[in-house]
Design a protein around this ligand. Structure first.
Ligand code: ADP
Ligand code: MG
Length: 280
């Protein structure tokens, strides 16, 4: 059994009312400990709903969500589940609470009732992990978007979750902010063995993951590794952009250039083209 399991999960907002919206339908997947999974899909495909089901902010209308063997519908497990699954949202400004950075990061550990020396240790560790230690006495309001989002990640990390879920946490950032956050997340996965679920609509970010789950209209359309990038037409139909090199390779293939598949970055594309050139 995976660390997080979705078993035939359906979810509707406003269930039983006229405004009922079916957001997820029969969704099943699992996430193993230590994995780095990207969850992608068009706007409204159900990604945020999945994130909220993962830490019991929402409960399934049908099916089950299991976290570390606990059913999220079981009220007794709520506290333990929330400790295990930490979610970072899109807008860092809505996630800042205190006016001093270290107090902000301490909020989560205080909430779970840790002793003050343990809180201090965790805050220092979390700020170190996101590369923001030197700012700990500063105020969050003057930071760049990327820095604020790293503080938000530190706040979640300080609770020491087993799974870090990022719900489009890079969407509002400029390219350098996105890069900062991505490198922090990759390092946490590689070095701290943190399980990561990265919700994103940037396919270059999805490529950094071990596995990609594609949602479309509340259903799982694809679930697999890099080989999914071969399915260029399906990816485009799901409302997603291919990485630029994949898009160019796809066009070339369609005009008869015999390129291998998948091609996901410019180095692969250049190499494949050079190989063709020297063969002929
Ligand atoms: P995504 O994060 O992929 O953009 P969401 O999970 O936010 O998708 O939304 C999935 C579907 O549920 C969409 O049709 C959306 O309009 C609907 N939805 C999301 N949140 C609510 C809500 N609070 N009330 C009613 N419908 C909602
Ligand atoms: Mg969303």
């Amino acid at each position: 059994m995976g660390f997080v399991e979705f078993q035939n999960v359906s979810f509707s907002y406003n269930e039983g009312y006229e405004a009922q919206t079916r957001a997820l339908e029969n969704v099943s997947f699992s996430v193993e400990e230590g994995e780095f999974v990207a969850l992608v899909g068009h706007n409204g495909s159900g990604k945020s709903t999945v994130a909220k089901l993962m830490n019991a902010l929402l409960l399934p209308s049908a099916g089950r969500v299991i976290v570390d063997g606990m059913d999220t519908s079981d009220k007794k497990s709520l506290f333990e589940i929330r400790k295990r699954v930490g979610v970072v949202f899109q807008n860092p400004d809505n996630q800042m609470i205190a006016t001093i950075i270290e107090d902000d990061v301490a909020f989560g550990p205080e909430n779970i009732g840790l002793k003050s020396d343990e809180i201090r240790k965790r805050v220092d560790w979390a700020l170190e992990a996101v590369g923001m230690s030197e700012h700990k006495k500063g105020t969050p309001f003057r930071l760049s978007g990327g820095q604020k989002q790293r503080i938000a990640i530190a706040g979640v990390l300080a609770v020491k979750p087993r799974v870090l879920v990022l719900d489009e946490s890079t969407a509002m950032l400029d390219p350098s902010g996105r890069e900062e956050v991505m490198s922090v997340v990759e390092r946490l996965n590689r070095e701290e063995k943190m399980t990561v679920v990265m919700i994103t609509h940037f396919m270059d970010e999805a490529l950094k993951a071990d596995r990609m789950i594609v949602l479309s209209d509340g259903k799982v359309l694809m679930n697999g590794g890099r080989e999914l990038f071969e399915r260029t037409d399906e990816i485009k139909r799901a409302g997603l952009d291919l990485p630029v090199a994949g898009y160019v390779a796809d066009k070339l293939r369609k005009s008869g250039v015999p390129l291998p598949s998948p091609i996901t970055d410019e180095n692969e594309l250049v190499e494949a083209l050079c190989r063709l050139k020297f063969k002929n």
